[in-house]
Design a protein around this ligand. Structure first.
Ligand code: SF4
Length: 208
């Protein structure tokens, strides 16, 4: 059966290039890309969510951050809109497009997104971290040191000037340990890994 593989933008920025593509093809995998602007779609969904929210909207893109905040702090002012992470929007597009054409491997920058993707139970789709894919197929990697994530903190800045960015577990701890602010932000951007997904446990070996 034909095997397609989608490399998430973080993995591409950290490990991508002609050599990686050649290795994937040599192992029988066909790299595929999304055609739709899912980052833009997701941002618009948050614009809509903020417009109808009574409290402060939580950024739902990072499942580990959302679970952490819910389990550890459960703030009563946060609203959790049912907006899937960008990566799952990408996976759904490719799943629809490639339905019946072969197996689709969707790489993630972390185990949390892998687990969330797997929970969708999309037929013919396997979610796995980028490092798992590399190990499974004996791919040799050439890592680039990134100054910042390809999707850096500040994703929602153009939507509203009342966005608070908590782009690490430590920042979330500091924020939620303090008394709730009198004036709430419109949205809390939540990322568990410091600075974003380039520190995810599926792309950064030191994080595993
Ligand atoms: S890589 Fe880190 S910041 Fe990005 S979604 Fe996964 S846990 Fe969250």
């Amino acid at each position: 059966m034909k095997q397609y593989v989608w490399l998430n933008p973080v993995s591409v920025a950290m490990y991508g290039g002609d050599d990686l593509i050649a290795q994937l093809k040599a192992k029988g995998m066909e790299p595929v890309e999304c055609r739709l602007d899912h980052a833009g779609f997701v941002r618009e969904k948050y614009r809509h969510a903020m417009g109808k929210a009574g409290g402060c909207v939580a950024d739902m893109r990072c499942p580990l951050a959302v679970d952490y905040v819910k389990e550890r702090y459960a703030p009563d002012f946060l609203e959790y809109p049912p907006i899937e992470p960008i990566l799952l929007h990408c996976a759904r597009e490719l799943h629809q497009r490639l339905l019946g054409a072969g197996e689709l491997l969707v790489t993630t920058p972390c185990r949390a997104l892998k687990e969330l993707g797997t929970s969708l139970r999309l037929p013919g789709v396997e979610f796995l971290t980028f490092l798992e894919l590399a190990r499974r197929h004996g791919i040799s990697l050439h890592k680039k040191e990134l100054e910042e994530s390809p999707i850096p903190p500040g994703f929602f800045a153009e939507l509203n000037d009342r966005i608070e960015i908590l782009d690490s577990r430590v920042k979330m701890d500091d924020y939620f340990s303090a008394p709730a602010p009198k004036t709430l932000p419109a949205l809390l951007e939540l990322l568990y890994c410091e600075g974003g997904c380039h520190r995810g446990d599926g792309v950064w070996e030191g994080a595993e």
